[in-house]
Design a protein around this ligand. Structure first.
Ligand code: AMP
Ligand code: ZN
Length: 478
């Protein structure tokens, strides 16, 4: 099947052709581990997971690399401000390394709860300093970088294609940069960005620090992704993902660094996930049109654990993300979360019944299989894919033909909603219950309705609900 992906570089849904047949190299910008991830961050990783699963569904082997930013990400995406990790450690009085490992651990637990496949390679910035230094050395050698008293910078004037991704004019970029706080009077151009910060001046007390040809210091956030992605995936990658905010600074900087160093194209397909936005999050708030980006620094963020504590299944949040296209913003409200939880339950109910009733897959199901695959392969159109799922369920109910379960389980390789697991859990009963169900079937055959009703009541008290169908008695727990 032909795959199409919306490429931010071309602003077009491009036909996807991998560098190597059957294989895809995929890099995802990972979290900055100075705090918990919020469900907006997690939306970005659900998007990357859907992309990976869609590629796998189309028989590609995906080499998925994701970094962990544990140093160098400043409070502004440009060179102003403080290192987020260092600030957090200072404000909480905690050990910076422990802090980084703790939030990283919680992050990967969140991913697991959302059925997000673990990356093939997880790489921490602090464990790749040598690779970053050699990349910066290469940029200096090739005339793309220069050193000042405070830092080593990328010289934007040497890279005329800088605005390829943003399509913003370089002039606008420069004007905007001139308005920013400039920490270093020696910068040749206000839009030049740091590759390496020296541990002097405002960073004199920076705890995380390494030796380098430019003295003791630490890497800039952007160089981390260039160094680690090329180390694990080669100089040219198939796909690079991140949130839409990265289109403006982080990703153009990655391109400049990587292409400046190698002279080769860095990434064939750039994919960006739209933001999760929120209005007033207090539980009884009136619905309003107000919406703001959910952000760690906006003070309006919700963790996955908060949803779990409130009784939501984490996969209901995954389900909510499936209902919006990854390129459209998604507004989080409690109503939408409740709607997702109930939509998810209704699919699970159907699957639990179909799992037990079973039957041969009929020829009409083939068309749904085809349409599902076409939807996901068309720039990951998950809302369309979910519409196909619902239509399939409706048709199965209408025909009373339940041999659709294997198709649904197959779709779940991408949806990852634990459909099979939940059907098995809902229908697995111990041998006593099984014996009672058998006894009741016999009682019904003997027209002993009193005993049949009695058994139904006993089982109901044990939380097992029975349903008599044309294909026999089925049951579910809960
Ligand atoms: P950070 O941990 O801040 O480096 O962000 C991790 C990822 O989350 C990045 O790819 C961001 O683009 C993305 N992100 C940040 N805020 C949101 C949001 N509100 N909705 C979706 N993605 C977001
Ligand atoms: Zn990155």
């Amino acid at each position: 099947m032909e795959l199409r992906l919306y490429n931010t570089l071309t602003r077009h849904k491009d036909k996807f052709v991998s560098l190597e047949p059957g294989k895809v190299s995929l890099y995802t910008c990972g979290p900055t581990v100075y705090n918990f991830a919020h469900i907006g961050n997690l939306r970005s990783y659900i998007f990357a997971d859907l992309l990976r699963r869609m590629l796998e569904y189309n028989d590609y082997t995906v080499n998925h690399v994701m970094n962990v930013t544990d140093v160098g990400h400043l409070t502004s995406d440009s060179d102003a401000g403080d290192d987020k990790m260092e600030r957090e450690a200072r404000e909480t009085g905690k050990d910076i390394w422990e802090l980084a490992r703790y939030f990283e651990g919680v992050f990967f637990e969140d991913l697991e709860k959302l059925n997000i496949e673990a990356p093939v390679v997880k790489c921490r910035a602090t464990e790749h300093i040598a690779e970053m230094i050699s990349l910066v050395e290469k940029l200096v050698e090739r005339g793309h970088a220069y050193e000042t008293q405070q830092a080593v910078y990328f010289d934007l004037a040497t890279f005329p294609t800088y605005t390829e991704l943003t399509r913003q004019s370089l002039e606008d970029k420069l004007t905007a940069a001139r308005d920013e706080v400039q920490e270093d009077p020696e910068k040749r151009n206000p839009a030049d960005f740091a590759l390496w910060f020296k541990a002097i001046g405002r960073f004199a007390n920076h705890i995380m620090r390494w030796e380098s040809p430019w003295g003791v210091g630490f890497p800039g956030w952007h160089i981390e992704c260039s160094a680690m992605s090329m180390k694990y995936l080669g100089e040219t990658l198939d796909i690079h993902t991140g949130g839409e905010d990265h289109i403006w600074v982080h990703h153009p900087n990655e391109i400049a660094q990587s292409e400046g160093a190698t002279g080769k194209k860095f990434v064939k397909y750039w994919l960006h996930g739209a933001f999760l936005v929120v209005g007033d999050l207090s539980k009884n708030a009136q619905q309003t049109d107000e919406e703001r980006r959910m952000g760690k620094s906006e003070g309006n963020f919700l963790r996955l654990q908060t949803l779990i504590d409130m009784g939501y299944d984490p996969l209901a949040y995954r389900y909510a993300c499936l209902m919006a296209h990854y390129r459209t913003k998604l507004k989080f409200t409690w109503e939408s979360m409740d709607a997702a939880a109930s939509g998810y339950s209704s699919i699970k109910e159907f699957v639990t019944r179909a799992h037990q009733i079973g039957g041969e897959e009929q020829p009409w199901v083939a068309d749904y299989r085809e349409r599902f695959k076409a939807a996901i392969s068309d720039d990951l159109n998950m809302p369309m894919a979910m519409a196909v799922v619902y239509e399939l369920i409706r048709e199965a109910e209408g025909r009373k033909e339940y041999g659709v379960i294997n198709a649904l389980y197959d779709f779940d390789r991408v949806l990852a909603l634990n459909l099979k697991k939940s059907a098995e859990a809902a229908t697995s009963v111990d041998s006593d219950v099984e014996a009672l169900i058998k006894e009741r079937e016999q009682a019904r055959a003997d027209k002993n309705w009193a005993r049949a009703d009695e058994i139904r009541k006993i089982l109901s008290q044990q939380g097992v609900t029975l349903e008599d169908t044309a294909q026999g008695t089925i049951w579910h727990k809960g």
